[in-house]
Design a protein around this ligand. Structure first.
Ligand SMILES: [Zn+2]
Length: 254
């Protein structure tokens, strides 16, 4: 894999990451993605072109607006860097193949859902529903194939819907939202049902680990809902890259 290709795709990732930041900020507020142009959310001043340069601008401005001095969240450069790493890593894992483009689009959706769920405890339909459709259409031509994708959608949505129903009826409160249900259906659409199940196991394990840690350190209660979508996003990224190896290893015991 030529280094120049990895670097180019990584820089492309920075630019995409900058767009993902726009989605992360505006989608939960139901704002338009293309209007108004990038501006300081405190003083509304329109940003100069160089203030839109990913990561570099944030570092050069030391994380503050030039005019009003308001702090600019480090989430912005973190999202840009993460997207760059995911893009560069993606081209190393998949090469310049059709599946690369599908997996990168999937990763972009996961990054946006991860941050929005963390900040707002919602998983917007405007990402998950088209995501289910896009994952299924891509699977007509590429792995995991349409049947695995379809089972992934139905089982992914179905399993979480069932858990949510049982939790609601027994505890009398909402533990899982319908956003989680649609997000796991989207993951099933892109990765197929075996990796969807692996994602669910990884996310539940990571979620319990963090939950128990918060409980043990007295920083959270059992009732404080953890954003399950953030764990699903992490689980799906891990499954997409290492899932086939993990499943083969697991099945080798039978
Ligand atoms: Zn400002």
């Amino acid at each position: 894999m030529p280094l120049a290709l990895v670097l180019t795709v990584g820089i492309l990732g920075l630019i995409f990451g900058s767009f993902l930041n726009v989605c992360i900020h505006r989608l939960p507020r139901r704002e338009s993605l293309n209007w108004p142009p990038s501006h300081c959310t405190a003083c509304q001043r329109r940003l100069a072109w160089f203030e839109n340069v990913p990561v570099v601008a944030w570092l050069a401005l030391r994380g503050r607006c030039r005019t009003c001095g308001v702090a600019i969240s480090p989430i912005y450069p973190i999202v840009e860097l993460t997207t760059a790493v995911v893009f560069a890593g993606g081209v190393m894992v998949y090469g310049l193949t059709p599946i690369l483009f599908v997996r990168l689009a999937f990763a972009c959706a996961l990054i946006v859902l991860f941050v929005i769920d963390l900040q707002h405890r919602i998983l917007p339909n405007v990402i998950t529903l088209p995501g289910i459709g896009a994952g299924f259409v891509a699977s007509l031509f590429l792995p995991p194939g349409w049947l695995s994708s379809l089972i992934g959608i139905l089982a992914g949505g179905g399993v979480l819907f069932g858990i949510a129903e049982v939790y609601y009826r027994t505890r009398g409160q909402e533990g899982l939202g319908m956003g989680d249900v649609k997000m796991l259906a989207m993951i099933g659409a892109f990765l197929g049902w075996p990796l969807m199940l692996l994602t669910l196991v990884l996310a539940s394990f990571a979620g319990s680990l963090v939950g128990v840690t918060l409980l043990a350190t007295g920083r959270g209660t059992m009732q404080a809902a953890l954003p399950f979508g953030t764990f699903l996003a992490l689980g799906a990224l891990v499954s997409a890259v290492t899932g086939d190896v993990m499943l083969a290893w697991y099945l080798s015991f039978y």
